[in-house]
Structure formats: C-alpha cells, structure tokens
Design a protein around this ligand. Structure first.
Ligand code: OSB
Ligand code: MG
Length: 380
C-alpha cells in the first residue's frame, strides 16, 4: 500500500451535554486521531475510542498512546502492508489493547478504501444504503428529565431508545418510562453494574417488554450471564464481555446472551468486527453497532460497518449534532426518518476539517514508515 508516514494526535473535544453511565460522567472526550499517509498524498483517518480513564474497559487514552507508539507501530513500520487485514494480522501477537489496534487499523482501512476509489462501506462489504439509528440516553437526575429526553428522541424519529441504568436508578425509573411510552422500542444498558444477587430485579424488568438488557453483569463475565439469561425472557446483549469473534462464539455457545453489540474499538478493529458480523449472520443472531461517543471520524467508521447485512438492529450511531457543537467532519452526520444515509464518496465519505483538527491538537507524534525505526519524530 506504500504507507509513507503516520501521525497520532491527542485532542480534547467538549461534549454538548454530559453523559452519565453506571461507571461515571463524561463531559468531554480526550481522544487520539491517527492519520496514515501514502506517497500520493492521500490520508486515512482512524479514531481511538478509549475513555480518559479505564472505567469502561482496561484501556484509556494514555495507555493507547503508549501502546501505539511502543508496541504497535514497530510491528507495522518494518512490514509490507498490502491490505488493511494485514494490520490485524501483524498486531495479533500483542494481546488485547483493542482500542489502540482499532485506531491504527481504521486509518489504514480508510486509506485503502480511498486508494481503491471505494467508499469505506463498500470496502468492508456493506450492502445497505441507509442504516437504522438508535439513541443512547445517559442517566438523568430525575425520572421527569428522562421521560422528557425519551419523548424528544421519539419525536426525532430514533428507531429505538436505550436507557442507561445503575443500582438505585433502575426498576422504578424504567417502569415510569414504560408507562409513558407503552409501545416504544426501549432497552436498558447497565454497563456491568449488577451481579446474580440482582436476579429478581431483572425478573421484574422482564415484565416491561424491553428489547434487551445490555451487559447487566460483570465486564469480564460470560458464565453468570448464562444463568441470568436462563432466568429471563428478555434477550441479553453482550457489550463489555466480547473482545473478539472467539469471545462471541463462546458466549453464544454457552447461551450467555442472544444479541451482540459490535464496537470496532472494543474488538480490535474492522477486520474483527467483520468476523463477528459473519458469525452472527450465519448463526441467525442479531447484532448492532455500538457507540463510544465518537467524533465524526469514528462515527463514519461506525456507519460504514453498520451497513453490513448482519447488523440487524438499530445502532448507537446518533447524528453529530447530538454530541458536538461542531463536528470535525463535513458534512456532519445527519439523520432522516431515523436513518443515516451511508456515504458513497471514497473512504469515510466525509471530509475531515484539517484546520479544526490542527487547532484542537494538544500533542502529536509522527513516524516515517519508509525509513528504519531510529527516525521516529516526537513533538510534544
Ligand atoms: O456502553 O454502549 C456503552 C458510551 C461510552 C461508553 C460505553 C457506552 C456508551 C454509550 C453511548 O452507550 C453510545 C453513543 O451514543 O456513542
Ligand atoms: Mg453498552
């Protein structure tokens, strides 16, 4: 592919509204953008979706920055890369560090698609022209505020609404929402805040006809989820517990859940996401594209992967305006009638606002990919 250089930028983006989950409140993203360049002057972009702290998973922005610089880049610099899948293969000996890997691999996928004159959706095998969009609503201070947010989301046309739950903000809150919206497709995401001691809570939530319970139990569990799934009608959807196609295979084989949330960052990239999509499609298991409060760059990757046929349910790919006063791509991601049009232009299909990206950049480092390792250039 003739990769000539690669730049990793660290930047901060303030979110329009704080987002609260069972593991904390986020008011901004502290993120990495990876740019990979070829000898024709084409640039591919990838986003590292890790949080500022390792509270969702073990990765955080700082650990990803180190992982990319110290462990991942050295494996790419000396290698011949013919296809983005080669990145996935070259990085496989490094365990986990999935968000760091995905940021690099995503940039190479975008570059490769552009070199082929394909949209990223076409390059990954996507077939849909539009993707269905769901919204993820964080924990609100009161039921009244939550009900207002859900009402606004219903009016905006979202195809399903996900509500974050946490101990103390669960059964009565979800009952109140269900009373107000008897026919709306709603689901609950616990971000691993419960244990099997809470079985009765989930049996009570079972009465509310939710689309699914997302990651009710521990982030690293697939055994207790099996016991919970056997005791409730509502399908369990696994998010945090799944880091690979092998994880997904084992969880489905055990009966630990019936739906998979596919996040490119959590599973190590687009190539692994394609493997999980194929596994689910062939097994007749529903899957959907999760979100990590991405900027337009990560959002565009999500829209591309969600265009694969196996993404059978609406994803957490809300439009840019939901998260940002101004996104770093143009046009911004927009939703119409609860759907996003999958872009058809080369690569991501959106233009990155390079001046805005430059202005937001707090630190960066670049490596030359055509020369030996000693030439690494750090600018802090
Ligand atoms: O569990 O899906 C999650 C955000 C940050 C970390 C974890 C999760 C989320 C979301 C928001 O639910 C999804 C989005 O709107 O991007
Ligand atoms: Mg989740």
């Amino acid at each position: 592919m003739k990769l000539t250089s690669l730049t990793v930028r660290r930047l901060t983006m303030e979110m329009l509204t704080p987002f609260t989950t069972s593991f904390g409140t986020q008011t901004h993203r502290d993120l990495l953008i990876v740019e990979v360049h070829d000898d024709a002057g084409t640039t591919g972009y990838g986003e590292c979706v890790a949080g500022a702290e390792p509270t969702y998973s073990e990765e955080a922005t700082s650990t990803c920055q180190v992982a990319i610089a110290e462990y991942l880049l050295p494996r790419i610099r000396s290698a011949v890369v013919a296809h983005p899948e080669d990145i996935s293969r070259l990085l496989a000996p490094i365990k986990r560090n999935t968000m760091a890997k995905a940021a690099l691999e995503g940039a190479v996928w975008d570059l490769w698609a552009k070199q082929q004159g394909l949209s990223l959706a076409q390059a990954v095998g996507g077939t849909k022209e539009r993707v269905d969009v769901g919204l993820s609503i964080g924990i609100k201070p009161s039921d009244a505020e939550l009900i207002e947010s859900v009402g606004a989301a219903v009016d905006a046309g979202y195809k399903r609404i996900k509500i974050k739950i946490a101990p103390g903000r669960d059964l009565e809150m979800m009952r109140a929402v269900r009373r107000e919206f008897p026919d709306t497709a709603i689901m609950a995401d616990a971000n691993s805040a419960y244990t099997l001691d809470d079985l009765e809570l989930f049996q009570a939530l079972d009465e509310l006809d939710l689309m699914m319970f997302e990651q009710p139990l521990a982030h690293d569990d697939i055994v207790d989820h099996r016991h919970l799934q056997a005791a409730v009608r509502t399908p369990i959807c696994l998010d945090e517990s799944i880091h690979s196609a092998e994880d997904a295979r084992k969880a489905l084989e055990l009966g630990s859940g019936r739906i998979i949330n596919i996040k490119i960052g959590r599973v190590g990239g687009i190539t692994e996401s394609q493997r999980i999509e194929k596994l689910c499609r062939e097994a007749g298991v529903d899957a959907w594209c999760g979100g990590m409060l991405e900027t337009g760059i990560g959002r565009a990757h999500n829209v591309a992967i969600a265009s694969l046929a196996g993404f059978t349910l609406p994803g957490d790919t809300a439009p840019s305006a939901r998260y940002w006063a101004e996104d770093i791509i143009e046009p911004e991601v927009v939703m119409e009638h609860g759907q996003i049009q999958v872009p058809t232009g080369p690569g991501l299909g959106y233009q990155v606002k390079t001046e805005m990206l430059e202005m937001l950049t707090k630190e960066s480092f670049s490596v030359n990919l055509t020369e030996p390792a000693e030439t690494a250039q750090a600018e802090h």
